[in-house]
Design a binder for this molecule. Structure first.
Ligand code: 13P
Ligand code: SF4
Length: 305
């Protein structure tokens, strides 16, 4: 019987790569799909933590990352030894970690969250009387603390792409538009940008917001996230004026160098079995990292089914 090869792509991959994929989505959708798709081989056109998550959820499948270098700054800015000490310094807290983290980091976590479910999961923990420490994304944690007054201790790493969005550049861009202007933003962006946003949410959340936007003449929608998703937004709503938010005056391009390592050649090679195999995690590490991810998937099935 021939082996089932499934290719997954994140929205931040270039259009040609998305067109090569069986499934395109945000982190939560891709994790759920990776768990349910029954593939023998998963080619993950995303970044390493996503491919590791797919492996953790499918230990029997072969998971291939097209380019060994496709990491994420939230992972490289986090020293796992220091994280362990930080966690131990907060013994009465629940450790909630963003999915943009290494397998070792996940194993030191009680819950994993994505940008789609982070609000609901943390709200449910506080409703149960728990206290939370949040890692690794400082911007996302600061936004939650600002919105809900949690006062969560935060780890201090950032997404090198989203952290560049900038409020004064946005003010200038807004001033140059005569009609109505809107801002939608990914929660990895800095707090002053998020405070200005009409909507804050995951890549899929922003796409859905655009899809259901009631058209207004001359309205401009600025999007504070990686440029790949502008392709999906343009396909969904060619009638709208959608622009990437600027990172400084005059510049309107912010691109994730790691996502863009998924070139057509690299993905084709991975589909033929040549790439970085996620085969270096020990069974103990996989089991330890799976528990907090499964908690999140169970929660998400209940809330988003
Ligand atoms: P999403 O979970 O919103 O897809 O985000 C993943 C990511 O890496 C954002 O930078
Ligand atoms: Fe990581 Fe930022 Fe790239 Fe997302 S956009 S993969 S958070 S570096």
């Amino acid at each position: 019987m021939s082996k089932k090869v499934v290719t997954l792509a994140h929205y931040y991959c270039q259009p040609e790569i998305q067109q090569m994929a069986d499934k395109v989505g945000d982190s939560l959708e891709l994790s759920l799909y990776a768990k349910e798709c029954g593939a023998d081989t998963i080619v993950f056109a995303g970044v390493r933590f996503m491919a590791e998550t797919a492996k953790i959820l499918n230990p029997d499948a072969e998971v291939i990352l097209p380019d060994a270098g496709s990491t994420c700054s939230l992972v490289t800015q986090t020293d796992v030894g220091a994280l362990k000490a930080w966690r131990e310094a907060h013994p009465d807290h629940v450790h909630v970690s963003y999915i943009n983290s290494s397998a070792e980091h996940k194993a030191l976590s009680d819950w994993i969250v994505t940008s789609r479910n982070v609000d609901d999961i943390i709200a449910s923990l506080y409703a149960d009387g728990k206290k939370v420490i949040f890692s690794p994304d400082r911007n996302m944690g600061a936004y939650l603390n600002f919105q809900y007054d949690y006062g969560m201790p935060l780890w201090s790493a950032v997404c090198e792409v989203h952290d560049k969005f900038n409020q004064s550049a946005l003010d200038e861009a807004f001033a140059s538009v005569a009609g109505a202007k809107y801002l939608i933003a990914h929660p990895e962006s800095p707090l002053p940008v998020l405070q200005q946003a009409d909507y804050v949410g995951s890549t899929s959340g922003m796409l859905n917001w655009v899809k259901s936007f009631d058209k207004e003449a001359d309205a401009v929608i600025f999007v504070a996230t990686e440029d790949g998703i502008l392709y999906n937004m343009g396909l969904a709503r060619p009638d709208l004026d959608i622009r990437q938010a600027p990172i400084y005056a005059g510049c309107q391009c912010n691109s994730c160098p790691y996502m863009k390592m998924n070139t057509i050649e690299a993905v084709k090679r991975a589909q033929a079995g040549v790439g970085t195999r996620i085969d270096y995690l020990s069974p103990e590490a996989v089991d330890a990292a799976r528990l907090p991810i499964e908690r999140m998937l169970e929660f998400s099935k209940r809330y988003y089914a």
